[in-house]
Design a protein around this ligand. Structure first.
Ligand code: G4P
Length: 529
């Protein structure tokens, strides 16, 4: 197939939701349509179950699963679909945010009964700010839930989206009769409830079709007609350009578990979702169809086998063709690297691959060369931008509890930080090491992994800090900045890249610092790399 066609047929996206809304179930049903799996239940949930916070083996087991489900690829109607897994657990939100830098679009899953939940709000906000095209899927229509119009309102107000419903439910819960598909202009009646297979549906072409009224009853029929009139009057018509630019979000209703409304979502998705998009570097914008290969690392996964310290770096290909055994330029290290066994991902397995195209993810075995945000190119010196490192919210001092293993501890911390598990800061005043994380669960992961993978032991000590922010100024000599350095000496630290960080011990002290030092810029994200 031609290079251009290969690019045009790729759809790389992420599914985001609050835990339990049905992300795993939906993913599984999508794979089922792609023929990638035959039975539901093949994809294991990559969620850290509630209450598992002190179960180390559980964390380890989940990590294993998440390698397997990091990228799920399948073919459907001659489109190559790459689903990038995004952990729903809030303590792993940073991982999700970084994965969102590698997707070209997103599907947002919402539980019909719970409506818009906290984690969805946060993730959608990031997508909205980045103008990522989004499709919304309201799930669990087989359950009693909120009124469809109320939900549309909620999605618009809480998520700040402008929706255009492309399907609409006929009834709900016990009374769920089917779906009016505005995209394909037909009506599908919910019949079979075989949860493992693709549900059988009866399709009617329009409201006047014989048998429809009998199938859903005259009351549902009247309600449907009324709803459709309202929909037409209130919601904007679908416009592909607006969707692509992140200004309009198509919305579908269905039930992932019952496999209802999923095919409609998928069929629309492959039509409208964008093929791989251009991406900015510090030098210029790179287009997917450029001949030279380039890509960036958005995720690193440690090998599950503690005897081998090798890791898998996930690279999103932005341009050109990635070829096995070809030397590529590692921009940060300024050296060429060759990969003899790059992995491509299919359904729930990975395989060595000879070539991959823009939109694809390759897994590169790594012994410590990569960190998140690294760029690989055919030779050009440039760095992909926009892979964020978030301001951590939990802080602890890390102490070495086995002095014989100081070296192992240092190496372990270094590598875990490269993987993006947490961030390391060194206090300027006394050189003490502080670990900052987005979620509290990470401390347990760090302690466990240091011990099992690096034979190093550590303990943590609380460090009561409200927020860490990166500090910048236009002019280092400036008196206001110099005063800040002097007065806040005790609260200054350096991150792994040597950037200055300010630890604010309360929201108030952060606010005061911002007020008193106008020459200083306080930033809450920093770029990886
Ligand atoms: P997540 O990945 O977003 O966290 O959610 P997941 O797919 O694991 O789904 C969470 C729960 O919701 C699961 O039930 C799943 O079976 C159920 N679910 C998903 N889609 C639907 C749907 O369309 N209708 C109904 N009624 N339920 C749905 P669970 O009991 O937590 O887990 P399990 O034991 O069934 O796996």
């Amino acid at each position: 197939m031609e290079f251009l066609q290969e690019i045009q047929r790729r759809r790389t996206f992420g599914i985001i939701s609050h835990p339990d809304a049905g992300k795993t179930t939906l993913t599984e049903k999508l794979l089922l349509y792609g023929g990638a799996i035959q039975e539901a239940g093949a994809v294991k949930s990559n969620k850290i179950k509630k209450g598992a916070t002190s179960d180390f083996m559980e964390i380890e087991r989940q990590r294993g699963i998440s390698v397997a489900t990091s990228v799920l690829a399948f073919n459907y109607k001659n489109k190559k679909i790459n689903i990038l897994d995004t952990p729903g657990h809030k303590d792993f939100a940073e991982d999700t945010f970084r994965t969102l830098t590698a997707v070209d679009s997103v599907i947002v899953v919402i539980d019909v009964a719970k409506g818009v939940e906290e984690q969805t709000e946060k993730l959608v906000e990031v997508c909205r700010m980045r103008k990522i095209p989004m499709i919304v899927f309201i799930n669990k229509l087989d359950r009693e839930g909120k009124d469809a119009f109320d939900l549309l309102d909620e999605v618009e107000t809480k998520l700040g989206l402008r929706v255009t419903p492309l399907s609409f439910p006929i009834g709900m819960g016990y009374n769920f009769k089917g779906i009016y598909n505005l995209w394909e202009q037909n009506i599908q009646i919910f019949e079979s409830t075989d949860k493992q297979k693709i549900a059988k549906t009866i399709v009617y072409d329009n409201l006047e079709d014989e048998g429809l009224e009998d199938a859903i009853g005259d009351q549902s029929m009247a309600e449907l007609k009324e709803s459709l009139e309202l929909l037409e009057g209130v919601y904007p018509a679908f416009d592909k350009k607006e969707y692509s630019e992140g200004d309009l979000q198509p919305l579908f209703f269905g039930s992932a578990l019952n496999n209802f409304g999923v095919k409609e979502l998928l069929d629309c998705f492959i039509e409208i979702a964008p093929a791989p998009l251009p991406k900015s570097t510090d030098k210029r914008i790179i287009h997917p169809y450029e001949a030279d290969f380039s890509g960036f690392v958005f995720k690193i996964h440690a090998n599950m086998d503690p005897k081998h310290r090798d890791r898998l770096a996930f690279v999103k290909i932005v341009s050109g063709t990635f070829k096995r055994n070809t030397p590529y330029f590692h921009v940060r290290h300024k050296k060429k690297l060759k990969f003899s066994s790059p992995n491509a991902f299919f359904a729930e397995k990975k395989e060595v691959v000879d070539e991959s195209f823009p939109g694809d993810i390759v897994g590169l075995h790594d012994t410590g060369n990569f960190k998140i945000g690294d760029t690989l190119t055919s030779g050009e010196e440039m760095q992909y931008k926009g892979i964020p490192s978030f301001s951590p919210e939990h802080f602890r001092f890390i102490n070495n509890t086995d002095p014989m293993k100081a070296k192992q501890l240092g190496k372990g911390i270094d590598q875990l930080m490269d993987e993006g598990v947490a961030q390391l800061f060194t206090l300027n005043l006394n050189g003490r090491k502080v670990i900052g994380t987005v979620g509290a669960l990470q401390f347990e992961v760090i302690q466990y992994r240091l011990e099992h993978e690096y034979t190093a032991k550590c303990s943590f000590e609380n460090f009561n800090i409200h927020k860490a922010c990166w500090v910048r100024t236009e002019d280092n000599e400036n008196k206001n900045y110099q005063d800040f350095l002097k007065v806040k000496q005790k609260f200054l630290a350096t991150d792994k890249k040597g950037q200055l960080v300010f630890f604010a011990d309360s929201a108030f002290s952060l606010q005061m610092a911002q007020q008193n030092y106008p020459e200083v810029t306080f930033e809450f994200t920093s770029e990886f790399g």
